[in-house]
Ligand binder design. Structure first.
Ligand code: UFG
Length: 343
């Protein structure tokens, strides 16, 4: 065993895939989640893939007593990967205080607990949303952070600042901020994947549910952008590739020789920009399944185009996106087919 890693949001979409990769890499995972946006059965999937069921706590990161109990009952937690957060952009506009409470307070509670228990470092889930619409593409980590378009986006920015300020004030731990682009797809086993509650807000779950006949038609939000086909461009990163970036980041934090700076920031993307229409076409080609769709008006707050320059992560972290878009879309479809059958 390489050491204990506490994963918050451990039964969530990215948290569950990262748990699998951590276990595969020889770490002992302690998983916590308040199950507000995930299902306990995800643990069965993790166990089926790895042969190990991580120790799980149903607990909220804002519950200081529960967090203290988790650290005390599991002495020697060396690293924390903090996924737990509310993440619906639209909802955050309706309920800003809920978002500030959930996302900001939880990080503070976790950092204070890390300090009390001598945890060596934290990997924080940030987002390319901090760049807004970058002037230069592909976007590097040095691009300016722009005013957030939603309370959700603002919580990512403020949390990045909280980490920076804590580290610069001499906190006894290190931090790596990973700025994710758009995570999609599922584990190749189709035993875990994205499980949105209610009507999906994100493109891929909406697309796969439409392909499965659960939704009638996918709305493409705008074809009048200043892009080659007029639809928005994103950098879609395979969720397993993304999960592996966390394992590498934790290894870097724990290896005294590797991380010389106590705070580092990396773009986690493929470096490839793909439009909404291209994505639909590729999905149809690789799965042979049609996705009924129509063009509708723009969605408020959407960025026109953004994709990563992942050079810093490639060279310094030693991580790169490996999966093709075709295989990633196939994995999303295999997962959708599995959950449709189960339902
Ligand atoms: N889209 C559609 N139809 C849909 C859903 C989405 O056309 O039904 C389009 C959007 O307009 C956008 C693209 O598909 O161009 C991707 O949209 P998503 O909602 O899947 O993802 P976003 O890029 O808007 O946002 C995601 C996460 C946020 C995160 C942001 C930046 O949802 O949490 O990436 O990291 F902040």
């Amino acid at each position: 065993m390489k050491g204990k890693i506490l994963v918050t949001g451990g039964t969530g979409y990215i948290g569950s895939h990262t748990t699998v990769e951590l276990i595969n890499a020889g770490y002992e995972v302690i998983s916590m989640d308040n199950l507000s946006n995930s299902n306990i059965e995800v643990l069965d999937g993790i166990e089926a893939i790895t042969g190990i069921r991580p120790k799980f706590y149903e607990a909220d990161c804002n519950d200081e007593a529960a967090v203290e109990r988790i650290f005390s009952e599991n002495p020697g937690i060396v690293g924390l990967i903090h996924f737990a957060a509310s993440k619906a952009v639209g909802e955050s506009v309706q309920k800003p205080l809920l978002y500030y409470r959930n996302n900001l307070l939880s990080l503070i509670v976790m950092l204070e607990a890390m300090e009390r228990h001598g945890t060596k470092g934290i990997v924080f889930s940030s987002s390319c949303t901090v760049y807004g619409q970058p002037e230069v593409l592909p976007v590097t980590e040095n691009a300016p952070v722009q005013e957030a378009l939603s309370p959700y986006g603002n919580t990512k920015q403020i949390n990045e600042e909280i980490l920076r300020d804590a580290i610069y004030a001499g906190a006894p731990y290190k931090a790596i901020r990973l700025r994710y682009f758009n995570p999609i797809g599922a584990h190749s086993s189709a035993l875990i994947g994205e499980l949105p509650l209610g009507v999906p807000q994100n493109l891929i779950p909406y697309l796969t549910q439409t392909a499965a006949g659960i939704r009638q038609e996918l709305s493409v939000f705008g074809d009048d952008y200043n892009t080659p086909d007029g639809s928005c461009i994103r950098d879609y990163i395979n969720v397993v590739d993304l999960a592996k970036a966390h394992v590498i980041a934790i290894e870097r934090i724990l290896d005294e020789d590797k991380q010389s700076e106590p705070l580092e920031t990396f773009n986690i993307g493929t470096g490839r920009g793909v439009s909404v229409l291209e994505l639909i076409n590729t999905f149809e080609q690789v799965t042979g399944v049609k996705v009924p769709h129509k063009i509708v008006g723009r969605r408020e707050g959407d960025i026109e185009q953004v994709w990563a320059n992942p050079k810093h992560a490639n060279e310094v972290l030693g991580w790169e996106a490996k999966e093709t878009l075709a295989d990633t879309l196939k994995s999303a479809w295999a997962w959708q087919e599995r959950i449709t059958k189960k339902a």
